[in-house]
Design a protein around this ligand. Structure first.
Ligand SMILES: Nc1ncnc2c1ncn2[C@@H]1O[C@H](COP(=O)(O)OP(=O)(O)OP(=O)(O)O)[C@@H](O)[C@H]1O
Ligand SMILES: [Mg+2]
Length: 314
Protein backbone atom coordinates (compact mmCIF):
# COMPACT_ATOMS: atom_id res chain seq x y z
CA UNK A 1 0.00 0.00 0.00
CA UNK A 2 2.54 2.57 1.11
CA UNK A 3 6.05 3.00 -0.27
CA UNK A 4 7.23 4.75 2.87
CA UNK A 5 5.83 4.28 6.37
CA UNK A 6 7.42 6.29 9.14
CA UNK A 7 6.66 5.30 12.69
CA UNK A 8 7.65 7.50 15.66
CA UNK A 9 11.03 8.18 14.08
CA UNK A 10 13.31 9.99 16.52
CA UNK A 11 16.86 11.36 16.47
CA UNK A 12 18.56 12.71 19.55
CA UNK A 13 22.02 14.33 19.36
CA UNK A 14 23.39 14.42 22.93
CA UNK A 15 20.51 15.95 24.84
CA UNK A 16 19.04 17.72 21.82
CA UNK A 17 15.95 16.19 20.18
CA UNK A 18 16.33 17.00 16.47
CA UNK A 19 13.46 14.75 15.28
CA UNK A 20 10.74 13.96 17.77
CA UNK A 21 8.57 10.86 17.17
CA UNK A 22 7.34 11.75 13.73
CA UNK A 23 5.00 9.43 11.83
CA UNK A 24 3.62 9.68 8.30
CA UNK A 25 2.92 7.54 5.24
CA UNK A 26 3.66 8.10 1.58
CA UNK A 27 1.84 6.32 -1.25
CA UNK A 28 3.58 5.07 -4.38
CA UNK A 29 4.08 7.81 -6.97
CA UNK A 30 3.23 10.64 -4.61
CA UNK A 31 5.10 13.91 -4.52
CA UNK A 32 5.40 14.47 -0.81
CA UNK A 33 6.42 17.92 0.42
CA UNK A 34 8.36 18.33 3.61
CA UNK A 35 8.25 21.86 4.97
CA UNK A 36 9.75 23.54 7.98
CA UNK A 37 12.00 26.42 9.01
CA UNK A 38 15.81 26.21 9.25
CA UNK A 39 16.78 23.63 11.82
CA UNK A 40 13.32 22.05 11.96
CA UNK A 41 14.76 18.58 11.35
CA UNK A 42 14.09 18.01 7.64
CA UNK A 43 17.58 16.94 6.56
CA UNK A 44 18.01 14.79 9.67
CA UNK A 45 14.78 12.96 8.84
CA UNK A 46 15.82 12.45 5.21
CA UNK A 47 19.20 11.12 6.26
CA UNK A 48 17.49 8.56 8.49
CA UNK A 49 15.06 7.59 5.71
CA UNK A 50 18.01 7.05 3.35
CA UNK A 51 19.66 4.63 5.75
CA UNK A 52 22.64 6.96 6.23
CA UNK A 53 21.90 8.03 9.80
CA UNK A 54 20.79 5.58 12.47
CA UNK A 55 17.58 6.60 14.28
CA UNK A 56 17.68 6.87 18.08
CA UNK A 57 14.28 5.17 18.23
CA UNK A 58 11.27 4.45 16.09
CA UNK A 59 11.59 3.09 12.57
CA UNK A 60 10.63 3.64 8.96
CA UNK A 61 9.91 1.11 6.25
CA UNK A 62 11.27 2.51 3.01
CA UNK A 63 10.57 0.49 -0.13
CA UNK A 64 9.93 -2.59 2.01
CA UNK A 65 13.05 -2.36 4.19
CA UNK A 66 13.53 -1.14 7.75
CA UNK A 67 15.93 1.80 8.16
CA UNK A 68 16.73 0.56 11.66
CA UNK A 69 17.50 -3.06 10.75
CA UNK A 70 18.36 -3.08 7.02
CA UNK A 71 19.90 0.32 6.20
CA UNK A 72 22.10 -1.22 3.50
CA UNK A 73 19.10 -2.54 1.55
CA UNK A 74 17.28 0.78 2.01
CA UNK A 75 20.24 2.64 0.45
CA UNK A 76 20.33 0.45 -2.68
CA UNK A 77 16.71 1.17 -3.39
CA UNK A 78 16.68 4.94 -3.64
CA UNK A 79 18.07 8.12 -5.10
CA UNK A 80 19.23 10.99 -2.91
CA UNK A 81 20.02 14.57 -3.81
CA UNK A 82 21.57 16.15 -0.77
CA UNK A 83 21.11 19.73 0.30
CA UNK A 84 24.54 20.66 -0.95
CA UNK A 85 24.81 19.39 -4.48
CA UNK A 86 26.18 15.96 -4.87
CA UNK A 87 27.97 16.86 -8.13
CA UNK A 88 31.71 17.41 -8.47
CA UNK A 89 32.36 20.91 -9.78
CA UNK A 90 35.85 20.10 -11.02
CA UNK A 91 34.65 17.21 -13.19
CA UNK A 92 33.04 17.66 -16.60
CA UNK A 93 29.36 16.93 -17.10
CA UNK A 94 30.23 13.59 -18.71
CA UNK A 95 32.67 12.63 -15.95
CA UNK A 96 30.00 13.28 -13.32
CA UNK A 97 27.53 11.08 -15.14
CA UNK A 98 30.16 8.35 -15.56
CA UNK A 99 30.99 8.58 -11.88
CA UNK A 100 27.41 8.17 -10.68
CA UNK A 101 26.70 5.48 -13.27
CA UNK A 102 29.72 3.62 -11.85
CA UNK A 103 28.65 4.09 -8.24
CA UNK A 104 25.28 2.55 -9.06
CA UNK A 105 26.84 -0.27 -11.07
CA UNK A 106 25.42 0.64 -14.48
CA UNK A 107 27.26 -0.73 -17.51
CA UNK A 108 27.03 -1.21 -21.27
CA UNK A 109 23.93 -0.40 -23.23
CA UNK A 110 21.84 0.30 -20.15
CA UNK A 111 24.33 2.91 -18.95
CA UNK A 112 24.56 4.57 -22.39
CA UNK A 113 20.79 4.86 -22.52
CA UNK A 114 20.60 6.41 -19.05
CA UNK A 115 23.45 8.77 -19.83
CA UNK A 116 21.56 10.06 -22.88
CA UNK A 117 18.48 10.51 -20.70
CA UNK A 118 20.37 12.52 -18.04
CA UNK A 119 21.90 14.74 -20.74
CA UNK A 120 18.49 15.25 -22.30
CA UNK A 121 16.63 16.27 -19.14
CA UNK A 122 19.42 18.64 -18.16
CA UNK A 123 19.63 20.12 -21.65
CA UNK A 124 23.32 19.30 -21.93
CA UNK A 125 23.36 17.01 -24.96
CA UNK A 126 25.98 19.12 -26.72
CA UNK A 127 27.91 20.25 -23.65
CA UNK A 128 29.23 17.05 -22.14
CA UNK A 129 32.80 18.27 -22.01
CA UNK A 130 32.28 21.45 -20.02
CA UNK A 131 33.14 21.77 -16.37
CA UNK A 132 30.19 21.18 -14.07
CA UNK A 133 31.22 24.13 -11.89
CA UNK A 134 30.62 26.51 -14.78
CA UNK A 135 26.98 25.50 -15.32
CA UNK A 136 24.12 27.84 -14.42
CA UNK A 137 22.33 26.87 -11.17
CA UNK A 138 19.13 25.66 -12.82
CA UNK A 139 20.94 23.34 -15.26
CA UNK A 140 23.20 22.00 -12.53
CA UNK A 141 20.17 21.07 -10.46
CA UNK A 142 18.66 19.11 -13.30
CA UNK A 143 21.96 17.33 -13.81
CA UNK A 144 22.11 16.59 -10.06
CA UNK A 145 18.60 15.15 -10.16
CA UNK A 146 19.40 13.12 -13.27
CA UNK A 147 22.50 11.57 -11.70
CA UNK A 148 20.58 10.90 -8.44
CA UNK A 149 18.04 8.79 -10.34
CA UNK A 150 20.33 7.38 -13.06
CA UNK A 151 19.79 3.86 -11.69
CA UNK A 152 15.97 4.21 -11.89
CA UNK A 153 15.26 3.99 -8.16
CA UNK A 154 11.60 3.63 -7.15
CA UNK A 155 12.08 6.27 -4.43
CA UNK A 156 13.90 9.58 -4.49
CA UNK A 157 14.70 12.06 -1.72
CA UNK A 158 15.40 15.65 -2.72
CA UNK A 159 16.68 17.94 0.01
CA UNK A 160 15.99 21.55 -0.93
CA UNK A 161 16.63 20.98 -4.61
CA UNK A 162 15.34 24.39 -5.63
CA UNK A 163 17.05 26.66 -3.12
CA UNK A 164 18.92 29.52 -4.72
CA UNK A 165 17.70 29.19 -8.30
CA UNK A 166 15.57 31.58 -10.30
CA UNK A 167 11.76 31.15 -10.53
CA UNK A 168 11.75 29.94 -14.15
CA UNK A 169 14.32 27.22 -13.41
CA UNK A 170 12.36 26.27 -10.33
CA UNK A 171 9.18 25.85 -12.34
CA UNK A 172 10.99 23.70 -14.92
CA UNK A 173 12.47 21.64 -12.15
CA UNK A 174 9.02 20.97 -10.70
CA UNK A 175 7.83 19.83 -14.10
CA UNK A 176 10.65 17.34 -14.10
CA UNK A 177 9.64 16.13 -10.63
CA UNK A 178 6.08 15.70 -11.88
CA UNK A 179 7.29 13.66 -14.86
CA UNK A 180 9.15 11.32 -12.50
CA UNK A 181 6.09 10.95 -10.28
CA UNK A 182 3.87 10.12 -13.25
CA UNK A 183 6.28 7.28 -14.02
CA UNK A 184 5.44 5.90 -10.56
CA UNK A 185 8.52 7.14 -8.71
CA UNK A 186 7.80 8.20 -5.13
CA UNK A 187 9.34 11.56 -4.28
CA UNK A 188 9.96 13.23 -0.96
CA UNK A 189 11.10 16.81 -1.36
CA UNK A 190 11.96 19.52 1.15
CA UNK A 191 11.59 23.18 0.37
CA UNK A 192 11.45 26.59 1.99
CA UNK A 193 9.27 28.00 -0.76
CA UNK A 194 5.68 27.70 0.38
CA UNK A 195 4.28 28.26 -3.09
CA UNK A 196 6.05 25.06 -4.16
CA UNK A 197 3.93 23.11 -1.70
CA UNK A 198 1.10 23.55 -4.20
CA UNK A 199 2.92 21.15 -6.54
CA UNK A 200 2.84 18.39 -3.91
CA UNK A 201 0.11 15.75 -3.48
CA UNK A 202 0.64 15.93 0.24
CA UNK A 203 2.52 18.14 2.64
CA UNK A 204 3.75 17.85 6.18
CA UNK A 205 4.99 20.74 8.25
CA UNK A 206 7.52 20.15 10.99
CA UNK A 207 8.63 22.56 13.68
CA UNK A 208 11.40 21.91 16.19
CA UNK A 209 11.43 18.23 15.23
CA UNK A 210 7.69 17.71 15.65
CA UNK A 211 5.09 17.16 12.96
CA UNK A 212 2.52 19.93 13.35
CA UNK A 213 0.36 19.70 10.21
CA UNK A 214 -0.41 17.21 7.47
CA UNK A 215 -2.59 17.17 4.36
CA UNK A 216 -2.86 18.55 0.84
CA UNK A 217 -2.80 22.27 0.30
CA UNK A 218 -6.62 22.52 0.35
CA UNK A 219 -6.94 20.45 3.53
CA UNK A 220 -4.28 22.47 5.29
CA UNK A 221 -6.13 25.69 4.50
CA UNK A 222 -9.51 24.40 5.64
CA UNK A 223 -8.53 22.16 8.58
CA UNK A 224 -5.99 24.22 10.43
CA UNK A 225 -7.16 27.77 10.03
CA UNK A 226 -10.72 28.37 11.15
CA UNK A 227 -10.33 32.11 11.72
CA UNK A 228 -11.19 34.77 9.18
CA UNK A 229 -8.19 36.38 7.49
CA UNK A 230 -8.22 40.07 6.61
CA UNK A 231 -5.76 41.92 4.44
CA UNK A 232 -5.12 45.53 5.42
CA UNK A 233 -3.38 47.99 3.16
CA UNK A 234 -2.17 50.98 5.15
CA UNK A 235 0.87 53.12 5.94
CA UNK A 236 3.13 52.75 9.04
CA UNK A 237 2.72 48.97 8.98
CA UNK A 238 4.92 48.35 12.01
CA UNK A 239 2.90 50.72 14.21
CA UNK A 240 -0.29 49.32 12.79
CA UNK A 241 0.73 45.77 13.68
CA UNK A 242 1.62 46.78 17.22
CA UNK A 243 -1.80 48.35 17.69
CA UNK A 244 -3.58 45.36 16.16
CA UNK A 245 -1.67 42.91 18.36
CA UNK A 246 -2.98 44.64 21.49
CA UNK A 247 -6.66 44.26 20.61
CA UNK A 248 -8.95 41.46 21.76
CA UNK A 249 -10.15 40.62 18.24
CA UNK A 250 -6.79 39.87 16.56
CA UNK A 251 -5.31 36.36 16.86
CA UNK A 252 -2.12 36.97 14.90
CA UNK A 253 -0.60 39.45 12.51
CA UNK A 254 1.96 39.11 9.72
CA UNK A 255 3.41 41.22 6.94
CA UNK A 256 2.81 40.30 3.29
CA UNK A 257 4.70 42.72 1.07
CA UNK A 258 3.28 46.14 1.96
CA UNK A 259 0.13 44.68 3.46
CA UNK A 260 -0.77 43.21 6.82
CA UNK A 261 -2.65 39.95 7.23
CA UNK A 262 -4.56 39.43 10.45
CA UNK A 263 -6.65 36.54 11.64
CA UNK A 264 -9.57 37.63 13.77
CA UNK A 265 -11.71 35.87 16.35
CA UNK A 266 -15.36 36.17 17.37
CA UNK A 267 -14.78 39.58 18.96
CA UNK A 268 -14.37 41.01 15.49
CA UNK A 269 -17.60 42.51 14.15
CA UNK A 270 -16.63 44.86 11.32
CA UNK A 271 -13.86 47.03 9.97
CA UNK A 272 -14.85 50.12 11.98
CA UNK A 273 -13.01 48.43 14.88
CA UNK A 274 -9.79 48.58 12.84
CA UNK A 275 -10.40 52.06 11.48
CA UNK A 276 -11.12 53.54 14.91
CA UNK A 277 -7.92 51.96 16.23
CA UNK A 278 -5.96 53.86 13.59
CA UNK A 279 -7.51 57.31 14.15
CA UNK A 280 -6.60 59.99 16.69
CA UNK A 281 -3.00 60.39 17.75
CA UNK A 282 -1.95 57.23 15.95
CA UNK A 283 -3.36 58.40 12.64
CA UNK A 284 -2.60 55.53 10.31
CA UNK A 285 -4.02 55.90 6.82
CA UNK A 286 -5.98 52.86 5.70
CA UNK A 287 -6.42 52.29 1.99
CA UNK A 288 -8.21 48.97 2.05
CA UNK A 289 -9.46 46.24 4.37
CA UNK A 290 -10.54 43.03 2.71
CA UNK A 291 -11.47 39.48 3.69
CA UNK A 292 -9.24 37.01 1.85
CA UNK A 293 -8.86 33.25 1.44
CA UNK A 294 -5.83 32.18 3.45
CA UNK A 295 -2.61 31.32 1.69
CA UNK A 296 -0.50 28.42 2.91
CA UNK A 297 1.77 31.01 4.42
CA UNK A 298 -1.13 32.30 6.55
CA UNK A 299 -1.79 28.75 7.72
CA UNK A 300 1.84 28.09 8.60
CA UNK A 301 2.37 31.39 10.38
CA UNK A 302 -0.75 30.65 12.37
CA UNK A 303 0.43 27.13 13.25
CA UNK A 304 3.96 28.21 14.16
CA UNK A 305 2.58 31.01 16.30
CA UNK A 306 0.36 28.49 18.08
CA UNK A 307 3.28 26.13 18.56
CA UNK A 308 5.49 28.67 20.35
CA UNK A 309 6.41 27.45 23.83
CA UNK A 310 5.58 30.80 25.47
CA UNK A 311 2.26 32.18 24.36
CA UNK A 312 1.74 35.88 24.36
CA UNK A 313 -1.40 36.98 26.19
CA UNK A 314 -3.94 38.40 23.76
N1 LIG B 1 25.24 15.69 13.69
C1 LIG B 1 24.59 16.58 14.43
N2 LIG B 1 24.96 16.80 15.72
C2 LIG B 1 24.28 17.67 16.49
N3 LIG B 1 23.22 18.40 16.07
C3 LIG B 1 22.82 18.23 14.81
C4 LIG B 1 23.47 17.32 13.92
N4 LIG B 1 22.83 17.34 12.72
C5 LIG B 1 21.83 18.25 12.85
N5 LIG B 1 21.83 18.77 14.10
C6 LIG B 1 20.85 19.75 14.62
O1 LIG B 1 19.55 19.24 14.44
C7 LIG B 1 18.65 20.28 14.08
C8 LIG B 1 17.93 19.91 12.81
O2 LIG B 1 18.85 20.03 11.72
P1 LIG B 1 18.44 19.70 10.23
O3 LIG B 1 19.65 19.89 9.40
O4 LIG B 1 17.74 18.41 10.16
O5 LIG B 1 17.39 20.87 9.94
P2 LIG B 1 16.71 21.29 8.56
O6 LIG B 1 15.25 21.30 8.79
O7 LIG B 1 17.22 20.45 7.45
O8 LIG B 1 17.22 22.79 8.40
P3 LIG B 1 17.61 23.61 7.06
O9 LIG B 1 16.31 24.13 6.51
O10 LIG B 1 18.46 24.72 7.57
O11 LIG B 1 18.32 22.71 6.12
C9 LIG B 1 19.48 21.56 13.99
O12 LIG B 1 19.32 22.28 15.19
C10 LIG B 1 20.89 21.05 13.83
O13 LIG B 1 21.80 21.96 14.37
MG1 LIG C 1 18.26 20.82 5.76
Amino acid sequence: MYTIEVNELTKIFGDFIAVDKISFKIEKGQVFGFLGANGAGKSTTIRMLCGILEPTSGDAIVGGYSVMNEPGKVKQNLGYMSQRFSLYNDLTVEENINFFGGVYGLTGHDFEERKRWVLKISDLERQQKILTGSLPGGIKQRLALGTAVIHRPPIVFLDEPTSGVDPVSRRNFWELINDLSSEGITILVTTHYLEEAEYCNKIILINAGKLIAEGNSKELKSNYLKDTILEIECDKVVNAMELLDKTDFVVDTSIFGNNIHISVNKNYKDETQIRSLFTGENSIQVKRIEKITPTLEDVFIHLLEKDKPVKMAN
